[in-house]
Design a protein around this ligand. Structure first.
Ligand code: SER
Ligand code: ZN
Length: 735
């Protein structure tokens, strides 16, 4: 039995590399089964003590090895256990290694492989070591020059990073292209694509006047389906200039869509590679959600150009440095392009569905892990999504202006470097002259904090005191937890509606403020509070915590209708619905009739007809918590009772609000020419939420509406929505 475990790699063991690869010159002779790669590496010693050089080299056949033009004999090097070591090397030298690799049989899709006849690479995290001998770590920044030779008929397109500096024909039906990337980069950002691909061209002029050639490469016949992604790319480029002041830095930007890809997409410098499902879309096959996902992922990969590529990670423990920050940036992009509250609701739903369970389970780990055996297992919801929440908390603490000041400091200080999460936080702290040492615990402490809140209004003293506690449950390897620095966005809602002005310890804090909860228990006392308010807490989900507060149904109904923060308003509605459904489920369990609370239905009706709220947001409010989510709140899950209670509540809403729902539906039924815009998507979402409730009412008319929508829809979103209802309620008509 083989019991050998891969070694544990620890953050605390980090040491800087002993050598620098200043230049990496690669030549590829592409062949499906036997590709020859020649790597010429200009290497300099950085640590005077280091005698021997160790290169990463996996799954390759070494054909030739030369040091400064002299072939090394077998006694001078060793290739063993994926490491190529050379016992003695001078201060500076050029190492040439010729190797053979087999892309065709590379089914791990790491390194160089073939997908549908297209040569393609994926090097993050440690795929480059399967292409050529190298020091394959993210803090090894090198300038690349890449020559690709291939059969011209099967590979008319030859791509790598940077600028195309030469190309031409060769003998035997082959041709070549030479690419040079002026920006030093780590090996994980190297990319090569070669094959018979079609492309769509476009152009983008940056704010300082640089003309950039944009291309999206796809399989022949798919050109038109890449149009939406191209528009999304241009929106991303513009947005990064406007919101972050960050401009594109080369004359070419290429995206390639391939059908086999391990990850969603990859941000290789100027040559992003995507899983085709995140590029290709048309109204016949893609829903509004698919279009939104394409926009967000195209943005994400583009935004990495600054947060990931120009400034990269010192080591893989710092993965969240680029991923958390870039997810935050893509979330903000979507929020600016579409409905901000809806984006926040969707992200929080995702966080609760995927990251909270991870943080509560056996695989819980900090945003910056301290050890790993296999880095590929750390591309997790914690590193990405909780990592983005950590950045968002910094944004809440510093405000947009302070945050952007910190970003500018970060980029000025670290452009062209491989850095750590500490460096990022230090730039934020330094630029704003604040102390973020306590805050940094979010990077190293795992687990979702539980926060409780209790408010007390003193009518005589005209004060409202808010008592908060925090506790983070133990996680594997971290039994003892310390209190975190939790930024809690708070407002006090006046009984007549609107925010009261906040005064804390004599200081005017405006209509909304961010409380810094730093201890296990803390009380904040607001002064000059004229009337008993309702607290609106963790507005916009300012901190990724589980918050409990004792709110009566009347409070929830009030907040559902009056909270000035749309996220908090949605949250109150969901909590109300959940309370109500759990009560109905209990009644069903006792064999009694489940009664819907008319106050809840009425609050929903007010949301439905409130034209001040955007349509996409109203659609979110009209959808009850999912059966899965309700199940998670129960000790013993009674699937039938959950379903029955939820249907009963839907029917109650539909019965009471039938006319409003019908009017809202009819008013949005115009079959305008389809466009995958945020505005139309919001309209469709609200329309389909109404249809869902109408059909739940069980009337023959509403079933007919669903059938008609299915038959006449000019887009996939409407057709799918109708189809789902017809199947769920057994209404499919035979013809
Ligand atoms: N670095 C890639 C991305 O974040 C792979 O996950 O898109
Ligand atoms: Zn990413």
């Amino acid at each position: 039995m083989k019991t050998e475990q891969p070694p544990v790699i620890r953050l605390s063991d980090y040491t800087a590399p002993a050598f620098r690869i200043e230049r990496t010159d690669l030549t590829f002779d592409l062949d499906p089964e036997r590709t020859l790669v020649e790597a010429r590496l200009d290497i300099a010693r950085t640590d005077g003590d280091a005698q021997s050089l160790a290169l990463d080299a996996e799954g390759m056949e070494l054909l030739d090895l030369q040091l400064d033009g002299r072939a090394l004999d077998a006694a001078e090097f060793r290739l063993d256990q994926d490491v190529l070591s050379i016992a003695e090397v001078p201060e500076r030298f050029t190492l040439s290694a010729k190797v053979a690799i087999d892309p065709q049989s590379n089914t791990r899709l790491e390194g160089l492989y073939r997908s549908n006849g297209v040569f393609c690479t994926q090097c993050e995290a440690e795929g480059f070591r399967r292409i050529a001998p190298s020091i394959d770590r993210p803090d090894m920044l090198s300038r690349y020059r890449v020559t690709i030779r291939a059969d011209k008929a099967s590979c008319p397109v030859l791509l790598s990073n940077g600028n195309l500096v030469d190309s031409g024909d060769l003998e035997g039906g082959r041709h070549y292209a030479v690419w040079e990337d002026p920006f030093p980069k780590p090996s994980y950002l190297f990319a090569l694509v070669a094959g018979d691909l079609a492309w769509i061209p476009d152009r983008f002029t940056t704010k300082s006047g640089r003309d950039v050639d944009l291309r999206i490469y796809v399989e022949h016949g798919n050109e038109a389906r890449a149009r939406y992604a191209m528009e999304a790319l241009k929106r991303s480029m513009r947005w990064d200039e406007e919101r972050f002041g960050l401009e594109y830095d080369l004359d070419i930007f290429n995206i390639v869509a391939v059908s086999d890809f391990n990850m969603g997409a990859m941000e290789n410098k100027s040559l992003n590679v995507f899983n085709a499902k995140y590029i290709l879309a048309d109204p016949e096959t893609a829903t509004d959600a698919d279009f939104a996902a394409i926009e967000s992922i195209v943005g994400h990969e583009y935004f990495h150009n600054w947060t990931g590529n120009r400034i990269t990670c010192r080591d893989w423990f710092q993965l969240s440095l680029k991923e958390g920050l870039t997810v935050f940036r893509d979330q903000e992009f979507t929020a600016d392009m579409r409905s901000r509250p809806v984006k926040r609701i969707q992200d929080v739903r995702m966080l609760r569905a995927r990251q909270f369970p991870e943080d509560a389970g056996p695989l819980a780990h900090p945003v910056r892990p301290d050890s790993y055996m296999e880095i590929n297992n750390f591309y997790t919801a914690t590193v990405y999504e909780k990592g983005a929440e950590v950045i968002r908390m910094l944004h809440a603490l510093l405000g947009e202006e302070g945050f952007q000041k910190g970003m500018r400091r970060y980029i000025e200080r670290h452009d062209g470097q491989a850095v750590t999460c500490d460096d990022f936080v230090a730039a934020m702290a330094g630029a704003n002259d604040v102390d973020l040492d306590h805050f940094k615990l979010w990077y190293s402490q795992a687990g979702t904090p539980e926060v409780t809140a209790e408010g007390h209004y003193d009518g005589a003293a005209k004060t409202y005191s808010l008592s908060l506690t925090q506790r983070t449950p133990p996680t594997p390897g971290q039994a003892k937890k310390s209190p975190l620095m939790i930024p809690l966005s708070v407002a006090l809602i006046d009984p007549e509606g609107g925010n009261q002005t906040l005064t804390l310890a004599g200081e005017d804090r405006g209509e909304e403020t961010v409380l810094h909860l730093t201890q296990d228990r803390q009380t904040f006392t607001f002064e000059n509070v004229p009337r008993a308010p309702k607290p609106s807490l963790n507005r916009g989900f300012s901190a990724p915590v589980r918050l409990t507060q004792p709110l009566a149904r009347t409070d929830l109904a009030f907040l559902m209708a009056e909270d000035t923060d749309p996220f908090a308003r949605w949250e109150a509605g969901q909590q109300y619905a959940c309370d109500l459904l759990l009560e109905m489920i209990e009644a069903i369990g006792r064999g009694e009739a489940a009664e819907a609370d008319p106050a809840f239905v009425e609050a929903m009706g007010r949301t439905l007809t409130n034209d001040d709220l955007d349509e996409a947001f109203r659609a979110q409010v009209m959808v009850l918590p999912s059966e899965e989510y309700i199940g998670e709140q129960m000790k013993t899950v009674d699937v039938d009772a959950i379903h029955a209670a939820r249907e009963t509540l839907k029917r109650a809403i539909a019965d009471r609000l039938y006319d409003d729902l019908l009017a809202a539906y009819e008013g949005r039924r115009d079959n305008e020419p389809f466009a995958p815009t945020a505005e139309q998507a919001g309209r469709r979402a609200l329309k389909n939420a109404c249809l869902g409730l109408l059909v739940a009412s069980g009337t023959a008319d509403s079933a007919e509406l669903a059938r008609l929508q299915y038959d006449t829809a000019n887009n996939m979103t409407d057709r799918m929505a109708a189809m789902a209802l017809l199947t769920a309620y057994g209404l499919l008509r035979r013809r």
